[in-house]
Ligand binder design. Structure first.
Ligand SMILES: Nc1ncnc2c1ncn2[C@@H]1O[C@H](COP(=O)(O)OP(=O)(O)OP(=O)(O)O)[C@@H](O)[C@H]1O
Ligand SMILES: [Zn+2]
Length: 717
């Protein structure tokens, strides 16, 4: 008889094993989805393997597969092996790894999402006595054989309709496919001498992983494109990863201008159907280049010839739910599997990657100069001083004047304020009460346009109360701090007539919003682009000659170890947006702590100095990349339960050899759950991961009431 061993759709580590079903006479293969009875309902499962046996000898009564959902396997052997590795390394169930790999339409999970079908036209025969145009169409279709009706009618219009009527073509129902569009409008640029050298070094590097450490505006993207071209010409595929959706429009534009319709695009801004269609382009081998964000790293490539990871230092590459994978690690894994080069690019490499390059584990190639050979002039504006003098405490006079002059010259400004919303805090002037989210330990931010308070953790939205909930005073709220919305208002009143474009999570919720906004700015419909971190990196506008960074050192106030590196990266990258074209650029950073080394190194645009300084600190404090850091978070609706169980878990494992436990710390309430965390450090990653598996098993066997979240590579705490 034939048995299918199936992972079920539930994301629980305790169900991280296969269940066996009878699949006699069904066309089931490894890597397909099936519907199977489980308990008293039907669940979706993912077939791990199929086995022929004489008879079934399991403990339970054997049930039969109810339905096979796919005609072909969705996951190949490479991705199976990757899922297994991820499941172990990130302490996550296999099923959640498969789910992370597949677009939502075909995730092994019960949902109503259906793949959309569309009509296709297939060539049947020529007709007698065709007109000249009809003959052309028939000849073309005879070569092409089949094409979607949409595209067919777009190409052949009424002649096509007529020929369908006359029986020359037949209509069939097929899965809807993405139309491949895009003309090659751009040709290779002539590489500068520095780019030429870097190009040769990357190709000659003996290591398969190469870190391209290139100044902002040094022409890294042109190198990616030219390296990609060689790979594509050899018939292999290239994956280009970008950290976040705000950066995809520019990269997609540059790649499609060069490679035309040979490109698939994959990011979270696409609808599920579009994602599925782009995924199928890769699965069917119709394109040679994929540009995408984090999850594009799981595309079903037949033969990868190159992986490029742009802005490799960016935190958006880390997924913050189970499986908590880092896109870079998956990219490196896939690079090894395909024996292809992985090129990590950044102006501010992560300490971890730079340290590996330093030790020659990775190749290191540098581009030390901008293409336009000029750096912007960078100044610090000491806000302590300007506050004492009673100046406007949002925008220092020097920055205001620089903006005015820049706009007068018809040049453009980027202003970075890494905080969205209108006012971060509303506080009662009578009793000092701060308005908090009812579900989280976080202040509610005021969003003026919609006249609501919003929690930036759980997105809970409420009306602004008329009276203080604590002392019942009316009209007593003080608005404290500035978000991008309030800054926009302030700019408009401070600089009348100025055209401000705001870009943050609130203005980019609509589909294609990033693309539209960036295009408007590029067409110079606005003078100032004001936004959060999403505008600080990667963007290339040649008319921007002034960058202002407001509250530049705010990020340093966080308590976790990674905030210094993050702040340095943000400031350094933001400086890099100014003066990228022919005109000279300027940067003004408004800071309170002018002496902090993250601020100073960013001002001097000195990555190496920052690297040595920060690495010394990490070494002394025993943080990554010198030690691995893992965490276990337990949460429960009752604070006592979460605390007590965390302490119990800690007591059970504390004292393990080679592992340093940093105790239990309270993380506060999030979405009505009280969270407590155990942090652990070790030099030995295998031992640490083994321990996490044991902690998980103990949590389950001790029947703890809390939910458990494990992160084998914790960043930033
Ligand atoms: N060889 C070249 N000849 C002429 N112009 C070039 C060449 N290479 C790159 N450029 C131009 O120089 C500008 C900066 O290049 P690019 O955007 O690739 O820099 P980058 O290194 O990716 O910067 P960042 O790290 O800031 O994203 C772009 O406008 C690009 O078109
Ligand atoms: Zn909340």
């Amino acid at each position: 008889m034939k048995l299918a061993h199936v992972y079920l759709e539930y994301q629980k580590l305790s169900l991280n094993h296969t269940f066996t079903y009878d699949c006699q006479d069904l066309p089931v293969e490894r890597g397909m989805r099936v519907k199977v009875p489980f308990g008293n309902r039907l669940s979706v499962g993912f077939v791990d393997h199929v086995e022929e046996v004489e008879r079934y000898e399991g403990r339970y009564q054997l049930k039969a597969v109810y339905e096979v959902l796919d005609e072909k396997p969705l996951i190949n052997e490479e991705l199976f092996a990757l899922a297994k590795q991820m499941s172990y390394h990130y302490v996550a169930p296999m099923i959640s790894c498969f789910q992370a790999m597949l677009p939502s339409k075909i995730k092994p999970r019960s949902h109503k999402d259906k793949v959309v079908f569309e009509t296709w036209i297939e060539y049947v025969m020529h007709k007698r006595n065709p007109t000249k145009r009809q003959l052309e169409v028939l000849d073309e279709m005879k070569v092409l054989q089949s094409i979607s009706k949409r595209e067919f009618l777009m190409l052949y219009k009424s002649v096509g309709t007529r020929l369908i009527k006359e029986g020359c073509f037949r209509e069939l129902l097929c899965e809807k496919e993405a139309l491949l569009q895009g003309e090659r409008l751009d040709v290779k640029k002539k590489l500068s001498a520095a780019q030429e050298k870097a190009f040769a070094e990357i190709k000659a590097a003996k290591q398969d992983v190469v870190l391209l450490h290139g100044m902002t505006g040094s022409g890294k993207t042109e190198l990616y494109l030219q390296l990609a071209q060689e790979v594509v010409e050899a018939g292999e595929t290239v994956l280009v990863l970008v950290p976040e959706i705000a950066l995809t429009p520019q990269m997609v534009k540059r790649v499609t201008m060069r490679f035309g319709a040979d490109v698939a695009i994959y990011h979270s801004g696409l609808s599920p159907q579009q994602k599925y269609e782009q995924y199928q382009l890769v699965a069917k081998g119709r394109v040679h280049i994929v540009v995408g964000t984090r999850s594009a790293v799981f595309m079903p490539f037949a033969k990868l010839g190159l992986i490029v990871m742009d802005e490799e230092h960016d935190n958006s590459y880390k997924q913050d739910q189970s499986p908590r994978y880092h896109c870079r690690d998956v990219a490196l894994w896939r690079g090894r599997y395909h024996h292809c080069k992985v090129l990590l690019g950044s102006a501010t490499p992560s300490l971890e990657s730079y340290a590996r390059a330093y030790k020659q584990v990775y190749g290191l190639v540098s581009l030390k100069e901008r293409i336009n050979k000029q750096m912007p002039k960078i100044d610090l504006v000491d806000m302590k001083g300007s506050m004492r003098k009673g100046a406007h405490h949002l925008i220092a006079p020097a920055l205001k004047e620089a903006i005015e002059q820049c706009v007068m010259r018809k040049e453009q400004v980027i202003l970075l304020l890494n905080r969205r919303g209108h006012t971060p805090i509303l506080r009662c002037g009578e009793c000092g009460e701060v308005l908090h989210c009812p579900h989280c330990d976080s202040a509610m931010a005021y969003h003026k346009q919609k006249q609501v308070l919003k929690c930036h953790i759980c997105d809970t939205t409420t009306a602004v109360p008329t009276a203080c909930p604590n002392c019942h005073a009316t009209q007593s709220f003080e608005y404290i701090g500035y978000g991008t919305q309030r800054m926009e208002e302030a700019l408009l009143s401070l600089l009348p007539g100025i055209r401000v474009l705001r870009m943050d999570r609130d203005t980019t919720t609509q589909k294609d919003a990033h693309e539209r906004l960036l295009e408007q700015f590029e067409n110079q419909e606005y003078d100032i682009l004001l936004g959060t971190q999403m505008i600080a990196k990667g963007l290339d506008f040649e008319n921007v000659t002034l960058v202002g960074i407001l509250n530049a050192d705010a990020g340093l106030a966080r308590s976790d170890y990674a905030c210094v590196e993050e702040t340095f990266d943000l400031l350094y990258q933001a400086c890099g947006r100014s003066g990228r074209g022919a005109k000279a650029g300027r940067v003004m950073m408004q800071v309170f702590d002018t002496e902090h080394y993250a601020v100073r190194c960013a001002m001097l645009q000195d990555y190496e100095q920052f690297f040595y300084h920060e690495m010394r600190y990490r070494h002394l404090a025993g943080y990554p990349p010198y030690r691995y850091l893992s965490s276990v978070v337990l949460h429960h609706a009752q604070s006592d339960v979460a605390r007590e169980e965390s302490e119990r878990l800690l007591a059970q494992f504390q004292g393990r050899k080679d592992i340093l436990f940093l105790g239990v710390s309270e993380l506060g309430k999030r979405m009505d759950r009280f969270r407590f965390r155990i942090l652990m450090k070790s030099k030995d990653q295998d031992r640490m991961i083994q321990l996490l598996h044991e902690m998980y098993a103990y949590h389950a066997s001790a029947k703890m009431r809390t939910k458990i979240e494990l992160d084998s590579e914790t960043v930033g705490s």
